[in-house]
Design a protein around this ligand. Structure first.
Ligand code: HDD
Length: 667
């Protein structure tokens, strides 16, 4: 991509024709106070370009943020797939990953309750491979023909464009109540998974069943997973909503800053594989995208690692113009007959034609394969390549019948030869008809706090629905998943709680709960509340211990500038109480200083109360301890106090590692 990067700094200003410009502030006029002249080609070019600087936003996944990186396989996957980029651990394959929310428009906030897109483009030597997934392993619908209906229902309502980037409205829940295949995914979107703490701390899934095909032509069903090295962690709903106001760019800022700081986000690629002959051995259909493969039954084999190590230079040129497509595959990776996947194979190219304005979008630098590509396609809007010669057809004799197809041995893509037969029919297999068992499996797998969050999420979302009939339909529907769940939110929204129903599914899959995820203090942000006259040696010692664990302390005070400690040491203030908020930190270290004002005490207390409400770790010494006492927070779980700095630091780091302290009683 290097050849396309341009640095304008230090250069003379020119028009797009390369003509040096002598004046860029005044248009060409007939006299100093006269009208502008049509002759002013510089003005016309500048204004025309500006007038055309927007393209249609994506119909879904409009708000996204992306980064470059690389992928390495741990060991050759030759036994399972011939995909070139999965053979050699010494090869680094460049990747570009775009994360996104689904429902909101380009300008919407980021910590909304929604699935997150997780789309990865591998620039392999055999062509681009796109793994276009989400952070949720299942989908709302089973057939792509329903996708426009789903999206029409979840997008803002058409008569008033309300609400933005939210599913808490009548049309979405009307869709759910009347399309019960959505049950399983709705359980995920009502869970903590739909409000990730960071794009660096969420899983990714290819969702569909794909195929791996090896050199001998043997195929296996495969599901793809991304496992974040930092573990899977979430926000709490109240916090997520406040962040949307305090910092609508929260997730992109977190990703961007981490990469700039050298804290490169890492994800391991995992695969679950099922032999072709075992296709019918499960109590769900492998082709049904509303079903996951429980990890305890079909283990996830970790096969490689992706590291995101470079931010984009220009969001429009890269993040906005990137075009993903689940149909961009390489030899060794093939499709299944999942009807959702089959429909996606059409939709993605189609949407790029309108979004990127023609059929040559593969020539944009971010979309170009790194391997050479040759065919007989020519012309169209925005064509860059200058194809030479008179021949643009196949077969031909004038160019010795080239470019010519490649055999499998030469790297040609050969579709897996699956035997299919049947009547042309608009129908769905009976094996797709169980909509509730895995929704219950998910529910059974949740810890108590996670279950409470799900009931709260349903109560919030349906509490915003105006139609009582829709509310009742959803309650009745989710009684099939769990009576405890349906009764829980029925009560909160004031409709008739179901008396019958429930599920006889008792199975659970511990891997679905975030409770046992990897926990690490690394890259966690700690807000340090400090004022003049702080205990210098103690604060230095605690901050050094935090930093040694990769924790990032930032100083908060009543004003910017420098604070002086008791020992004369100085600390630069990063934020004031006005410019930040407790929701923007993972933990709070409250110290204060000597002689802080009443207002300081009030602001610091408010910070602690909010952090406490969001179950965050709190460390407090000196005046901090007084704020704890005043707010009855002392000795609560995850609240650390005391003056021996070493013991304090280590207990505080343990509390930060825990992420949140659900056992805390919030009154
Ligand atoms: Fe899709 C974008 C993921 C079902 C049609 N989709 C899009 C993006 C992601 C996904 C991550 C954003 C890519 C980017 O960052 O540019 N989509 C999924 C997943 C699905 C899914 C995981 C279910 C398993 N999508 C799906 C269906 C259809 C589409 C069933 C239509 C038949 N998706 C699109 C689209 C988009 C898109 C309209 C909008 C922008 C784009 O493609 O490039 O074609």
């Amino acid at each position: 991509m290097e050849q396309y990067r341009v640095d304008d700094e230090g250069k003379k200003l020119t028009t797009n024709q390369g003509l040096k410009v002598s004046e860029d502030e005044f248009s060409l006029k007939a006299g100093e106070r006269g009208p502008t002249l049509l002759e002013d080609f510089h003005f016309r070019e500048k204004m025309t370009h500006f007038d055309h600087e927007r393209i249609p936003e994506r119909i879904v996944h409009a708000r996204g943020f992306a980064a470059h990186g690389e992928f390495e396989v741990y060991e050759s996957m030759k036994e399972f797939t011939r995909a070139g980029f999965l053979q050699d651990p010494s090869v680094k394959t460049p990747v570009f990953v775009r994360f996104s929310t689904v429902a909101g428009s380009r300008g919407s906030a980021e910590t909304v309750r929604d699935a997150r897109g997780f789309a990865t483009k591998f620039y392999t030597e055999e062509g681009n491979y796109d793994l276009v997934g989400n952070n949720i392993p299942v989908f709302f619908i089973q057939d792509a023909i329903k996708f426009p209906d789903l999206i029409h229902a979840v997008k803002p309502e058409p008569h008033n464009e309300i609400p933005q980037a939210a599913s808490a409205h009548d049309t979405f829940w009307d869709f759910v109540g009347n399309n019960q295949e959505a049950a399983h995914m709705v359980m995920w979107t009502m869970s903590d998974r739909a409000i990730p703490r960071s794009l660096r701390m969420m899983e990714g899934f290819g969702v569909h069943t794909f195929r791996f095909v090896n050199e001998e032509g043997k195929a296996r069903f495969v599901k793809f997973h991304w496992k974040p090295v930092l573990g899977t962690h979430s926000l709490v709903w109240d916090e997520a909503q406040i962040i949307n106001g305090k910092d609508p760019d929260f997730h992109r800022r977190d990703l961007y800053d981490s990469i700039e700081n050298g804290d490169y986000p890492e994800y391991e690629l995992g695969v679950q594989m099922i032999e072709e002959e075992d296709e019918f051995k499960f109590d769900f259909d492998l082709l049904d995208p509303t079903k996951l493969w429980p990890e305890e039954d079909i283990p996830v084999k970790l096969i490689g690692k992706m590291t995101l190590n470079r931010n984009v230079d220009n969001v429009f040129a890269e993040t906005e113009q990137v075009a993903f497509h689940p149909g961009s595959v390489v030899p060794g990776i093939d499709f299944s007959n999942d009807p959702l996947l089959q429909g996606r194979l059409f939709s993605y190219t189609d949407t790029q034609l309108i979004r990127l304005g023609g059929p040559n979008f593969h020539e944009l630098p971010i979309n170009r394969p790194v391997c050479p590509f040759f065919n007989n396609q020519r012309d169209g809007y925005g064509r860059h390549t200058i194809n030479r010669g008179q021949v643009a057809y196949h077969k031909n004799s004038l160019a010795a019948n080239t470019p010519s197809p490649a055999s499998a041995e030469e790297g040609g893509y050969v579709h897996y030869q699956e035997r299919v037969e049947g009547y042309k029919i608009r129908a769905r297999s009976d094996s797709f008809k169980d909509h509730f068992s895995q929704a219950t499996l998910f529910w059974n797998s949740m810890s108590q706090p996670e279950k409470e969050h799900i009931i709260d999420a349903f109560s919030f979302e349906l509490g915003k629905v105006k139609s009582e009939s829709v509310q009742q339909q959803v309650v009745d529907m989710f009684a099939n998943v769990s009576l405890e769940l349906a009764q829980g939110f029925a009560e909160a929204i004031g409709v008739t709680p179901p008396e019958q129903g429930g599920s006889n599914v008792t199975k659970s899959s511990p891997a679905l709960s975030q409770e046992k995820t990897k926990k690490s203090p690394e890259t966690r942000k700690v807000g340090v509340i400090l004022d003049d006259g702080f205990n210098g040696p103690e604060v230095s010692s605690v901050l050094d211990s935090l930093k040694a664990k990769g924790i990032q302390p930032e100083i908060i005070s009543s004003k910017l500038g420098k604070l002086k400690g008791t020992d004369g040491s100085e600390r630069k203030v990063d934020h004031t109480f006005l410019t930040c908020d407790s929701v923007l930190f993972d933990a709070i270290y409250a110290v204060g200083g000597q002689g802080a004002s009443k207002r300081f005490h009030r602001d610091a207390s408010a910070f602690l109360q909010e952090a406490f409400m969001h179950y965050k770790p709190i460390g407090a010494t000196h005046e901090g301890e007084k704020w704890l006492e005043a707010n009855e927070m002392k000795n609560s779980p995850g609240v650390v106090s005391g003056n021996s700095s070493e013991k304090f630091a280590s207990a505080f780091i343990d509390a930060i590692t825990e992420h949140r302290h659900w056992e805390r009683e919030i009154i």
